[in-house]
Design a protein around this ligand. Structure first.
Ligand SMILES: [Zn+2]
Length: 477
């Protein structure tokens, strides 16, 4: 049937011919501008192997970035002709993937790196770390420690990290200046801390810190009660209520060591840390539990039901001989498991997420006596989208998809240590390392290009780190 204004029940408002001309002209203009005038954008990464972590890898792929956001991902042949970029990054022979998400660390502890290794956790904490922190940790200390950690993270491809430390507002300032994304947890603990000497002071600090950083595009203020055995039941419940009131997530260590299991069981009539936290109404989807080494089958079910994220820290668990977390079982139960380096002092001692991923795979293979237990692909997922899910940020980051924030890294696979490449995931996890990352972009901002860090003064930071080593050593005498 021929459609005319009369039989369609429409009456033209003006002369039909001029209207048609106008529509035709508009369509022609749209077609011409789509073909002839490529859209101007901020950054185009082209010609790399793109691991979107949301589907199959794209050989010779491109990622288009504008205004801090990913606006297109796909084969370079399709994408490139639509854009002209202020900055074009050629990524031939390289892997392009989402920035790593370090789901658990204590970033200013970079300045204590190597201070006391190869010791039991309790010996390390009570004889070295707690005294060194009491005597040295100040706003200036966390400033330089965070700056050093930020440089290391940028240079090894981490774009988001979850932190638990003191003076977290100062850490937030440094994190933002470096251009990184942070879920930054202010510590709550039942003894005088370097920043807040009383519980009430810590609560006041948290309220002010949350107010100051609310709605910041890069910084998410969080509450960080240290652990179920270092914070009383009443205080844990206060933290729970405050987190709900402020709409801020909670970061906490849970089931890290056998000793913690014993201490919590003694106080609670035999409960595991997870069962105890569940019994006091603490667990919810805004909680991220670090370690989870000693979770039993019931604990894992509880974590899945409550949608608690878990930060698996295989290098810390190895170095402190804490044990091997049941990662395969957690993933099978639907728990969101990310990867964390833990603090870089006595429990790692670096912030390299590629090394962490390789350790995660290795430990599960040993635990299950099965080389198929956790693959290179699985641990890369944990290092990116898994961490984003654990931190409740997967709507914004963790994959390379149109509409997500542009947190993107480029890994050079042309070095002798990673050639030849049969499988790109294997090349990254088992052969490359954090230092194979050549370019790091967070929220669309280039933080490192061709190994040149653009947002941190590295030589000045290294000088300060050495000064702090001498100061810390003197303070322990
Ligand atoms: Zn930790």
């Amino acid at each position: 049937m021929r459609l005319s204004p009369s039989n369609a029940g429409l009456r033209p408002a003006g002369p039909p011919v001029s209207r048609l001309h106008f529509i035709a002209a508009a369509l022609l203009f749209t077609a011409l501008s789509a073909n002839a005038t490529p859209k101007k954008i901020d950054v185009l990464i082209t010609g790399g192997t793109v691991l979107t972590m949301a589907g199959p890898n794209i050989e010779r792929g491109s990622v288009a970035i504008d205004n801090g956001r990913i606006i297109a991902v796909g084969p370079s042949a399709d994408i490139d002709r639509s854009y002209t970029a202020m900055t074009t990054i050629r990524a031939g022979g390289m892997a392009v993937l989402p920035g790593f998400v370090n789901a658990h660390t204590h970033i200013p502890m970079t300045l204590f790196r190597g201070i006391a290794d190869d010791r039991d956790l309790m010996d390390w904490l009570t004889h070295y770390i707690f005294p060194a922190e009491a005597k040295n940790v100040s706003p200036d200390f966390v400033k330089w420690g965070t700056r050093l950690g930020a440089a290391e993270m940028i240079m090894s491809g981490t774009t988001t990290f979850a932190d638990m430390y003191y003076f977290e507002s100062d850490i937030a300032r440094e994190t933002k200046a470096a251009g990184l994304r942070g879920v930054l947890g202010q510590t709550f603990i039942d003894f005088p801390a370097p920043d807040n000497k009383t519980w009430d002071a810590a609560v006041d600090y948290m309220r002010k810190y949350a107010r100051e950083w609310k709605n910041d595009p890069l910084i998410t203020p969080a509450l960080a009660p240290h652990a179920p055995f270092t914070v009383s039941k009443e205080h844990l419940q206060q933290v729970r209520a405050l987190a709900t009131e402020l709409g801020a997530p909670i970061l906490i260590h849970v089931s890290e060591t056998k000793d913690e299991q014993r201490q919590v069981a003694e106080r609670t009539g035999g409960l595991t840390p997870t069962a105890y936290l569940e019994s006091i109404g603490f667990l919810a989807d805004d909680v991220v539990a670090a370690h989870g080494v000693w979770l039993n089958a019931d604990d894992i079910r509880t974590m899945a039901q409550r949608k608690v994220g878990v930060a698996h820290c295989p290098e810390s668990n190895s170095m402190l001989a804490s044990g091997i977390a049941p990662v395969v079982d957690m993933r099978a139960a639907g728990v969101d498991v990310g990867l964390g380096t833990d603090g870089p002092a006595g429990s790692n001692n670096n912030l390299d997420m590629v090394a962490e991923a390789a350790s995660a795979a290795g430990l599960q293979k040993i635990a299950k006596m099965d080389p198929k237990a956790l693959s290179a692909r699985n641990v890369l997922e944990m290092a990116t989208v898994g961490g984003a899910r654990a931190l409740n940020m997967s709507d914004r980051i963790g994959t390379l998809e149109t509409g997500k924030r542009a947190d993107v890294i480029i890994v050079d696979l042309q070095q002798p240590k990673s050639q030849p490449v049969y499988s790109v995931e294997s090349a990254i996890v088992y052969a490359a390392s954090g230092s194979s990352v050549v370019t790091t972009i967070c929220d669309g901002r280039i933080l490192m290009r061709n190994r040149n860090v653009l947002t941190v003064n590295v030589p000045e930071t290294l000088r300060k780190a050495k000064e702090y080593r001498d100061k810390v050593l003197a303070s322990l005498k």
